[in-house]
Design a protein around this ligand. Structure first.
Ligand code: PGA
Length: 253
């Protein structure tokens, strides 16, 4: 079964509302709207509503960078899944390595956030990936499988299908170092095997597994040509329309 490729730009803590809407305009103008690839962008919380309005009627979809697991309440500084859905968010990134390393995200909070997103009709993008020391110690598959099991625990097979997994080796994020296609494919194939164990073959066949970590126009097409690489989560290179559009093109080759 051919899975639709899925490219998502993660803008991290960049861009004012004016800058974000200008970038979205450029992206929308440059996108052909090819059914073989789904394209989303994840602005900061402050730009979500404006970007949500700007993507309406274009092939671009709106994603959030994080979410809180409760629906509402006394959680100063947090934003809930229904609030994200309210401004047009369709996808929600959870468990990004920056959240795990800098803000105390755990597999357990990832699991709760995944549940909250799904309950609000938002499709989670669950990030997993090993540190350099873990790769060097030969622990990559063990770490990634713990994160996948922890983040997706308790999901039924038909719910699992709505999830995207993003494999992002921490040593490749924002460093200019990319995993080789062989390294990426090896981990992606092992995630797919684990998904089969967790949700059966139909779920494993349906789930998109994105690669993230210094994806650029120069390496995107080769990474995306791997059988289990179904898309990309793009940080730095998603901040420039030309580069991001070139990466989307790479998914069509
Ligand atoms: P990068 O970030 O493309 O800048 O390496 C990827 C990510 O953090 O999702």
């Amino acid at each position: 079964m051919a899975r639709q490729k899925f490219i998502c730009g993660n803008w991290k803590m960049h861009k004012t509302v004016a800058e974000a809407t200008a970038l979205v305009k450029e992206l929308a103008d440059g996108l052909a709207g090819d059914a073989r690839v789904q394209v989303a962008v994840a602005p900061t919380f402050t730009a979500l509503a404006a970007v949500g309005a700007a993507v309406r009627g274009t092939p671009l979809e709106l994603a959030a960078q994080d979410v809180h697991w409760e629906v509402q309440g006394a959680f100063t500084g947090e934003v809930s899944a229904p609030m994200l859905a309210d401004v047009g968010v369709r996808h929600g990134i959870v468990g990004h390595s920056e959240r795990r390393q800098l803000f105390g995200e755990t597999d357990e909070t990832v699991r709760r956030k995944v549940g909250a997103l799904l309950a609000a009709g938002i499709r989670p993008i669950v990030c997993v990936g090993e540190l350099l020391a873990e790769r060097e110690a030969g622990r990559t598959l063990e770490v990634v499988s713990r994160q996948v099991r922890g983040g997706l625990a308790g999901l039924s097979p038909d719910v699992l299908m709505a999830v995207t997994v993003a494999y992002e080796p921490v040593w490749a994020i924002g460093t200019g170092k990319t995993a080789t296609t062989a390294q990426a494919q090896e981990v992606h194939a092992s995630i797919r095997a684990l998904l089969r164990e967790l949700g059966g073959a139909p779920a494993a066949d349906a789930v998109r597994i994105q690669y993230g970590g210094s994806v650029k126009p120069e390496n995107a097409a080769e990474l995306l040509s791997q059988p289990d690489v179904d898309g990309a989560l793009v940080g730095g290179a998603s901040l420039k329309a030309k580069d991001f559009l070139a990466i989307v093109k790479g998914a069509l080759r």
